[in-house]
Ligand binder design. Structure first.
Ligand SMILES: [Zn+2]
Length: 257
């Protein structure tokens, strides 16, 4: 796991699995963990790492309900987990999905974890909205389209945008909900990207504002192509795995998920 300080109050961790991002954000005496790393040893290391850096974690946030972003409680058991209302509804509608997918992943890779994942109660946060931390606030922006749920977190005083599974330098857009919703989210993210010093995508971050703006333009072009039936994979994201994700997008668009 890689750890990178992008601001005195923001540390971005990058998991060895899928380069999944987890972000520690602090204001005064409070710190939150946004999303999570994936491997057991990475989660085990997190509390000591946060303590050493003087980030007293008292809350967890998840950008969306995909299981690989929901593992914060394995590192900080019993800590409150805040998610967008849309994510809370998704977790309620499909109880046990995240745990089941985590178990499948662990079995496939022969991984053992000290405890099962407890997602029993989560706090549903109004989005768009604000979430207090220390003497400041995090801004929450709707970010659906990749999935049916989700939010992006704007850390205003640090100029950092934690955007969930959008604007990834390593993964093409994956559309589980709708191209229109995805494009609407990109339009909402655009001014935040322009105002940011760093952007933390769900996989492969952090990146600077200019790179994120370039990815946003590429992703928009890809999605418009996908809608028109003539999508070109963006340069740098054309390997076998990205072509597989592209085929899945095509299947969704054609109504054969
Ligand atoms: Zn993800």
């Amino acid at each position: 796991m890689r750890a990178l300080g992008v601001h005195e109050d923001v540390i971005v961790l990058s998991s060895r699995m899928w380069r999944t991002s987890a972000t520690l954000v602090r204001n005064g005496e409070e710190a939150f963990l946004i999303d999570s790393p994936v491997f057991p040893d990475e989660l085990e290391l997190l509390p000591a790492l946060a303590e050493q850096a003087r980030f007293p974690v008292c809350g967890l946030l998840a950008t969306h309900g995909d299981w690989d972003h929901l593992l914060g409680r394995l590192a900080f058991p019993g800590t409150a987990l805040g998610v967008a209302e849309t994510t809370a509804a998704r977790l309620r509608a499909h109880p046990g999905d995240a745990q089941r997918e985590l178990r499948d992943f662990d079995e496939r890779h022969y991984l053992e974890r000290p405890a099962p994942l407890a997602l029993g109660s989560v706090d549903a946060l109004p989005v768009p909205g604000r979430c207090e931390i220390g003497d400041a606030e995090l801004e929450l922006h709707a970010a659906d389209g990749h999935t049916i749920d989700g939010m992006a977190v704007w850390i205003g005083w640090a100029g950092v945008l934690v955007c969930g599974d959008y604007l990834s330098p390593v993964e093409i857009p994956t559309v589980e909900r709708s191209i229109d919703a995805y494009l609407a989210t990109l339009a909402r993210l655009e001014p935040l990207v322009a105002a940011a010093t760093h952007v933390v995508p769900g996989h492969g971050g952090p990146i600077d504002s200019a790179s994120a703006a370039q990815l946003l333009a590429q992703d928009r072009a890809y999605l418009e192509g996908l809608r028109g039936g003539g999508a070109q994979l963006p340069a740098g994201r054309r390997d076998a795995e990205q072509r597989r994700l592209h085929a899945a997008n095509v299947a969704v668009v054609e109504g054969h998920p």
